[in-house]
Design a protein around this ligand. Structure first.
Ligand code: ADP
Length: 273
């Protein structure tokens, strides 16, 4: 085109066949576009609860004599909306922190088995007893992974949080850690919930992408959980793989590279933390 957007590569010339690659050189434009959309989406997500807070504060102010029950109800809405804003701002901050570090691979060796047990205990203690029960299945003798412990903990919290939000009450959510393919450890979270239709799978890790926006919001979702997970996995030079069957459930696998041999040898000598 006029702006030289497409670059043509001709390869594999054999007889009368030619393989033509058209390479989109407008990657810069796409990135810019995504950034503009992101700012617009984030502003919109913040404006909605903010408008609700201001509206209810005005109402309370105008009607100071309102009945105690009404005042209490309004205050509750204000508090819930403020919490929503807080979660959103925290997720936005995590995302930008993780992104800022993306060129620096984590260097410490992390014991995923120990981490998974710790997160499991925290979630089990905090969970609403009516929701899913969280089970854990960890293989013996897993090698340490090259990782950032706080980020891997956040990854697990986000995945288990989703599994509990979109899981069916009374069905289990399972955290697993096992030896993955190649030099990887597989950390996965499995639920028996709604599942996700295949057409949505490729877009799930986009910021603010939701299959059912109002359901996500009413469950307290920010729409950033899986975007954060994706960035954490990328920073760890790992791979994210989401499998789902609508009506049956979802399994999210994070494949994480094992730590260099030296730190693993140390771990065997000193034992896992
Ligand atoms: P949210 O805050 O909306 O949960 P996420 O980024 O964590 O945002 O997830 C994006 C969307 O992916 C969700 O809104 C939901 O539609 C879908 N999703 C994520 N995890 C699951 C799951 N375990 N089961 C079914 N749907 C899921």
């Amino acid at each position: 085109g006029r702006d030289n957007r497409w670059q043509m590569h001709v390869a594999d010339l054999a007889g009368d066949r030619a393989l033509v690659h058209l390479v989109d050189r407008s990657e810069g434009h796409a990135a810019e576009r995504m950034r503009v959309d992101f700012v617009a989406n984030a502003s919109h997500e913040l404006r909605t609860p903010l408008a609700a807070i201001l509206g209810y504060v005005e109402t309370l102010d105008d009607d100071a004599a309102a009945e105690a029950g009404t005042r209490k109800r309004f205050l509750r809405i204000i508090r819930d909306e403020a919490w929503r804003m807080q979660r959103l701002v925290e997720d936005l901050m995590s995302l930008s922190r993780i992104e800022a570090e993306k060129f620096r691979a984590p260097e410490t060796a992390v014991d995923l088995a120990g981490l998974a047990k710790e997160v499991h205990a925290t979630i089990r203690d905090a969970a609403d007893p009516r929701s899913c029960d969280v089970a854990i299945a960890i293989d013996e003798g897993l090698p340490l992974v090259a990782g950032d412990r706080a980020q891997l903990s956040q990854l697990l919290h986000n995945l288990v949080g989703n599994a509990m939000k979109y899981g069916r009450p009374g069905t289990p959510v399972t955290i697993r850690a096992s030896r993955g393919p190649g030099a990887m450890v597989r950390l996965s979270v499995e639920d028996q919930g709604d599942g996700i239709a295949p057409e949505h799978l490729p877009r799930l890790t986009e910021r603010f992408y939701r299959v059912a926006p109002s359901r996500s919001r009413s469950l307290g979702g920010t729409g950033l959980g899986l975007a954060i997970v994706k960035h954490i996995v990328e920073r760890h030079r790992g791979r994210l793989d989401i499998r789902s069957t609508p009506g049956e459930g979802t399994i999210v696998n994070a494949l994480l590279p094992i730590a260099p041999l030296s730190s693993n040898r140390n771990a065997t000598v000193t034992g896992p933390a």
